[in-house]
Design a protein around this ligand. Structure first.
Ligand SMILES: Nc1ncnc2c1ncn2[C@@H]1O[C@H](COP(=O)(O)OP(=O)(O)OP(=O)(O)O)[C@@H](O)[C@H]1O
Ligand code: SF4
Ligand SMILES: [Mg+2]
Length: 346
């Protein structure tokens, strides 16, 4: 029996008003994240990964609008007011971004950055918040936390800043962590340490929505993966299944572009010929068709819907909640000609 999801996203869309009209950056995205589980969202630059996170937290740019539903602990986030969202940000859902320098307000000391969430919400006295900040720094293995509290973000190394940003994201004890490219800006040795810390956070029961370009990070941390292409999820599977037998040609191309799976530095998403379409100029059928070696006429005319895979092994048939009567399959692919076995994978 599976637990109810912490976060239940259904049919999420993000539109931006631009000088060229309204563009759909994200469309029809659905997934669940449960306590203690890590769902990785992967895909090339511009596929919509960050906008999914921002939409759930009500942090889209002013020209953006979110559609659909994102239920966090039975609270609807899409369309919620600032007050309601503020009650979730930090305390329910922590956010760790790619660039710790920009996520840590530069003119505030580390102590203020770490304690302001607790103090603003009246969740702790100043002394208790300071004590918690010291413990949070110890948890992310920052030496001499007392003196770090007096420093400003620019006085810390990149790796230390990301660990402080992680401490800040966890200060209010969130049930869920959104981690957007948490290791991209870091040296390889520091990446490994941050990954270990994220694994520790997850082992304490915190759910994780992890956005990354890096399939090495996925292999090391994620239980399940959602592959995004041009604003949509095109494949979702357990991490093991995805690496063992990708069904979408795009997923297979991503994996083929990785020199080896267990080498963080060597595993960026690179090397697929061609570019994804601009959101304003998607082809009418499958958005991957212009780059896909398996494309047939039908692919250019009709867009394939995400459909539960027929070859779901017993271990992966666990269905999502039935809160709206619709179970959410864990293994699904949006392709008219999905790959059937490894022999078909180029
Ligand atoms: N304010 C905006 N106005 C118009 N389009 C936007 C705006 N913000 C983002 N977009 C578009 O939304 C799409 C998805 O962007 P998003 O930031 O989610 O990509 P991503 O998958 O996170 O990419 P990366 O890996 O580079 O971070 C992109 O095409 C981007 O240009
Ligand atoms: S639907 Fe067609 S073009 Fe799209 S990924 Fe599948 S085979 Fe390729
Ligand atoms: Mg992004």
């Amino acid at each position: 029996m599976t637990s109810a999801p912490l976060l239940r996203v259904r049919d999420l869309g993000v539109d931006f008003s631009t000088s060229q009209g309204v563009v759909q950056a994200v469309s029809g995205v659905s997934f669940d994240v449960r306590a203690g589980e890590c769902l990785a969202v992967v895909g090339e630059s511009g596929s919509g990964k960050t906008q999914v996170l921002l939409a759930c937290l009500g942090l889209l740019a002013s020209n953006g609008t979110a559609r659909g539903s994102a239920l966090f602990a039975d609270r609807e986030l899409i369309g919620a007011g600032e007050r309601s969202l503020n009650a979730v940000r930090g305390t329910g859902i922590g956010l760790l971004t790619q660039d710790p320098l920009s996520s840590l307000t530069p003119h505030l000391r580390i102590e203020t950055l770490l304690t302001e969430g607790l103090l603003d919400r009246g969740l702790a006295t100043r002394a208790a918040a300071r004590e918690r900040a010291l413990q949070a720094l110890r948890d992310v293995e920052i030496a001499d936390p007392e003196s770090r509290l007096r420093q400003y973000p620019h006085e810390l190394s990149g790796g230390m800043r990301q660990r402080v940003a992680l401490a800040a994201a966890l200060m209010c004890g969130p049930q869920l962590l959104f981690a957007d490219e948490p290791t991209t800006a870091l040296d390889v040795s520091v990446q490994a340490r941050v990954l270990e810390l994220l694994a520790l956070v997850r082992s304490r029961g915190v759910g994780m929505l992890l956005v990354t370009h890096d399939l090495g990070v996925v292999a090391g941390l994620a239980d399940r993966v959602a592959v995004m292409y041009s604003g949509r999820i095109v494949e979702t599977a357990t991490t093991d299944e995805l690496f063992r037998a990708p069904k979408h040609p795009y997923t297979a191309a991503l994996l083929a572009a990785v020199p080896r799976l267990h080498g963080v530095a060597q595993s960026r998403l690179v090397g697929i010929a061609g570019d994804p379409p601009q959101p304003s100029a998607r082809p009418p059928g499958c958005a991957f068709a212009p780059r896909c070696g398996r494309a047939v006429d039908r692919c250019s005319d009709s867009r394939p819907e995400l459909t539960a895979s027929a070859e779901v092994s017993p271990l992966t048939t666990a269905q999502g909640d039935s809160m709206d009567g619709r179970a959410w399959p864990i293994t699904a692919v949006a392709c008219h000609r999905p790959l059937q076995d490894r022999a078909e994978i180029a």
